[in-house]
Design a protein around this ligand. Structure first.
Ligand SMILES: Cc1cc2nc3c(=O)[nH]c(=O)nc-3n(C[C@H](O)[C@H](O)[C@H](O)COP(=O)(O)OP(=O)(O)OC[C@H]3O[C@@H](n4cnc5c(N)ncnc54)[C@H](O)[C@@H]3O)c2cc1C
Length: 391
C-alpha cells in the first residue's frame, strides 16, 4: 500500500491551503491559532463563504452541493482547513443530519432543508442522548405519539451541544414502545422554536457554556418532518455515526497544539526530558496520521455508511493524543496557565501572560470530553475487542 501523497493529491492539498489562507480572514484565523474559540457568527460566516465556493459539504451528493472527490481528498480538505485555523463547518449540519436527509429523506425534505443546512441558514442540534441513554442509546425514552397530521413529542435530551444556537434539532424518538428497543425508534426533525421546547444550559468545569438539556413538553411536530420510515430511525442513526470513520482522529488539531507548545516552550526545548516527551507525542501523532491514511485507503472497498471498526482505534488513540497535547501545553505554561478565569490578571511577581495562556487550562478541562463523546473510549475498546480482535 502506497501511503505517500501523489503529485495530484499534493497539488490538491496546496489548492485547499491557498483557498483557506486567502479567502478566510487572517484576523479570524490568528485568533483561533492563539487558542481562542470561534463565535457563532465566525462559524456561520465562514460556512457561508465555504459553501459559496463548494467547500462546505464536499462529502454530500453532487446535486446537493457535494464534490466528486476521493475520500483522501476529503481528508486533505479537512486537514488543511484545520491547519489553517479555519472554523469548521457546523458538524451537526454537514456531517450528521445533511447526509441522513440526502440519503433517506423525501424529495420534499431534501429541497426544504439541504440548501439551508449547507449554507448554515439553519443551525442544527443533535438530540440523541438522554439522561439514561448515552452509551446505551437504544434505551431512549422520549416519545412521539401520532395525532392526526402531527406527532406529539414528550421527553428530555441532554448534553446537546450548542443548542443555544440551534434553530432545529434532529431527534431520535420512540414511536413504538411495544417493539424491541432498536426497532421502535424514529428520526424526527423538530423546530426548536415550537411551543413546549425548553433549552437549559449545563455549565462546565472550564467556565464555558457549550452543552444543554433540551426538554419537550407536548411539542406538536408535523408528521412530514419524519425522515424516512417510522420505526427505522435506528438504521439512520447507525448510518450517521458510521459516516465519522476518520474525523475523530483530529490529527490536524493535535498538530496545531504541538505547534503552539513549541512556540511557547522557549528554553524548555533544550531540556532533554521535555524534548523526549514532546518527541513521543509527535511520533505518536505521525503514527496516527499513517493509520488514518490506511483506513482511507481501504475505505473504497467498504459499502457506503458501513462503519469500519478500525475507526474505533482512530477515535481512541486520537482522543488520547488530543488530551495529551492539552496537558503538555498546561505543563509548558506552568503557573501562567492558572489565572484563566481572570480578565488578564497575572499573579504578583509573574511576567505578562504568554500568547494564548488564558485558554490553556480551560481547554485542558474541556478536552476531557473527547474520551466521552462520539462513543466513550471504553465503548470503543469493546468494539475493537469484538470486531477486530474477535474476543
Ligand atoms: C461535551 C459533550 C458533548 C456532547 N454532545 C452531544 C450532542 O450534541 N448530542 C447528543 O445527543 N449527545 C451528546 N453528547 C453525549 C455523548 O454522546 C454521551 O455522553 C456518551 O454517549 C456517553 O453517554 P453517557 O454520558 O450517558 O455515559 P454512560 O453511557 O452512562 O457511561 C458512563 C461510563 O460508563 C462507561 N460505560 C458505559 N457503557 C459501558 C459498557 N458497555 N462497557 C464499558 N464501559 C461502559 C462509559 O465509558 C463511561 O465511562 C455529548 C457529550 C459530551 C461530554
Amino acid at each position: 500500500m502506497d501511503l505517500a501523497l501523489s503529485k495530484e493529491d499534493r497539488a490538491f492539498a496546496e489548492r485547499m491551503r491557498g483557498f483557506f489562507t486567502t479567502e478566510i480572514p487572517a484576523e479570524l484565523r490568528q485568533r483561533l491559532a492563539r487558542g481562542e474559540h470561534a463565535t457563532r457568527d465566525d462559524v456561520v460566516n465562514t460556512q457561508r463563504t465555504l459553501n459559496e465556493h463548494g467547500l462546505a459539504v464536499p462529502h454530500w451528493p453532487v446535486e446537493w452541493g457535494g464534490q466528486d472527490w476521493t475520500s483522501l481528498q476529503r481528508h486533505l480538505w479537512a486537514e488543511e482547513m484545520t491547519l489553517a485555523h479555519v472554523p469548521q463547518p457546523i458538524v451537526f449540519n454537514t456531517a450528521m443530519v445533511g447526509p441522513v436527509i440526502a440519503t433517506f429523506g423525501s424529495q420534499e425534505l431534501k429541497e426544504r432543508f439541504l440548501p439551508k443546512t449547507a449554507s448554515a441558514e439553519i443551525w442544527w442540534s443533535q438530540g440523541f442522548s438522554e439522561p439514561n441513554a448515552g452509551s446505551d442509546l437504544a434505551s431512549l425514552k422520549t416519545t412521539a405519539v401520532r395525532d392526526g397530521d402531527d406527532y406529539i413529542v414528550n421527553g428530555q435530551k441532554t448534553w446537546t451541544t450548542l443548542a443555544q444556537y440551534g434553530d432545529w434539532i434532529f431527534c431520535l424518538v420512540r414511536t413504538d414502545p411495544s417493539a424491541q428497543k432498536q426497532r421502535g425508534i424514529s428520526f424526527l426533525l423538530i423546530d426548536m422554536r415550537s411551543p413546549g421546547v425548553t433549552v437549559r444550559p449545563i455549565h462546565l468545569i472550564d467556565g464555558g457554556y457549550e452543552v444543554n438539556e433540551v426538554f419537550f413538553e407536548d411539542v406538536r411536530v408535523p408528521a412530514d418532518q419524519l425522515v424516512g420510515e417510522e420505526n427505522k430511525g435506528w438504521t439512520y442513526a447507525k448510518f450517521l455515526l458510521g459516516n465519522e470513520r476518520t474525523s475523530n482522529a483530529g490529527v490536524g488539531m493535535i498538530k496545531n497544539r504541538i505547534s503552539r507548545i513549541k512556540r511557547l516552550a522557549g528554553p524548555l526545548l533544550d531540556e532533554p526530558l521535555f524534548r523526549a516527551r514532546l518527541t513521543r507525542l509527535e511520533v505518536a501523532t505521525t503514527a496516527l496520521e499513517v493509520s488514518v491514511l490506511r483506513v482511507l485507503a481501504r475505505e473504497a472497498s467498504l459499502p457506503p455508511g458501513m462503519p469500519d471498526p478500525v475507526s474505533s482505534v482512530l477515535k481512541l488513540r486520537g482522543s488520547e493524543l488530543q488530551q495529551a497535547a492539552t496537558e503538555l501545553l498546561v505543563d509548558v505554561l506552568g503557573p501562567a496557565a492558572l489565572p484563566y478565569r481572570e480578565s488578564g490578571d497575572v499573579p504578583d511577581g509573574f511576567a505578562p501572560l504568554p500568547e494564548g495562556a488564558r485558554d490553556a487550562m480551560p481547554t485542558y478541562f474541556n478536552w476531557r470530553k473527547a474520551s466521552i463523546y462520539a462513543g466513550s473510549n471504553e465503548v470503543q475498546r469493546q468494539i475493537i475487542a469484538k470486531a477486530i480482535l474477535k474476543f
